[in-house]
Design a protein around this ligand. Sequence first.
Ligand code: NAP
Length: 256
Amino acid sequence: MITASTFRLDGRLALVTGSSAGIGLALARGLGQAGATIVLNGRNAAPLAAAAQLLRSEGLTVHERAFDVTDATQVQAQVADIEKQIGPIEILINNAGIQRRGPLHEYAHSDWHDIMQTNLNSVFFVGQTVAQHMITRGRGRIVNICSVQSELGRPGIAPYMATKGAVKMLTKGMAVDWGPLGLNVNGIGPGYFKTELNEKLVNDPTFSAWLTNRTPNRRWGEVQELAGAAVFLASDASTFVNGHILYVDGGVTAQL
Ligand code: NAP
């Protein structure tokens, strides 16, 4: 029987990468409000500590781990430490990501390398490392943050689209390979949300007007509107949902 308690995450530990700001922080807050203990992550210790303090002041149970998700050695050490010192990671949200815009014919190879490392390779590094622990327990939830750009293009962001398209298919591959071992791996595809990553677009009135008109809900998304999808995919309400990408986009991907 489904009740409100089916969506509760009490006693479960969730690692949310890139959660010192933006979407990751909102997802961490939502999982915490549903009862989970949270491990926040980001590279820079000061904003991470401030985010942890903020969530603690709201009554949530929060740990913080500063590490770079593109560094496989750091990832392995930090995940092992979390498992030993805090507890088994039952929920992983692979959220850390960057944007580097630019004309494709002039796109710097260093930017290509950075965006692939951050948006795609990290999902494999962190996903594989955490999954190894989850597989020994025969259970675990992984949610990879995709994008409407997993499906649709815009000028000047082809490398970003390549990473997010790949994360969508990596999500399905993880579900196929790890489903038989007890894991559920799904994705969330956010539409446009006002965060630092989108600062240039937020400050561009022409883009904002275009986006508002292009979106069936006729507005930008608010980051807290992503939390329900994360709680659902982390909870017992989604035990048979595997390899699915849940778009939270105000209807953008439903319309030409
Ligand atoms: P954001 O506001 O720029 O926040 C990014 C977070 O990731 C920060 O906490 C940042 O902290 C952390 N981070 C970046 N690189 C990292 C690394 N190498 N290791 C660990 N942490 C790292 O970004 P956002 O808009 O919330 O985006 C979050 C995710 O949602 C990304 O995957 C993005 O592609 C996706 N997304 C966003 C939108 C949108 O509208 N905003 C739409 C679709 C998808 P540090 O800099 O301190 O490391």
